[in-house]
Ligand binder design. Structure first.
Ligand code: ZN
Length: 60
């Protein structure tokens, strides 16, 4: 039951890549694979017990 939409990685914004300027030249753009999502651009699945969810409260 995968009803929840995919969550974009907060580190790379869902692109799966992290761009950063390295070296002396600021025009040298280095693109690296996002270590948080391993380049998938999607955040890891949140644990089911992340917090109280009012929508899952069982009626009395
Ligand atoms: Zn990422």
């Amino acid at each position: 039951m995968a009803n929840s939409p995919p969550i974009p990685c907060p580190a790379c914004g869902g692109s799966g890549q992290l761009s950063s300027f390295k070296g002396e030249s600021r025009f040298f753009l280095t693109v690296e694979e996002c270590p948080l999502c391993c380049g998938t651009g999607l955040a890891e699945e949140t644990p089911p017990d992340s917090g109280p969810d009012p929508s899952t409260q069982a009626p009395r």
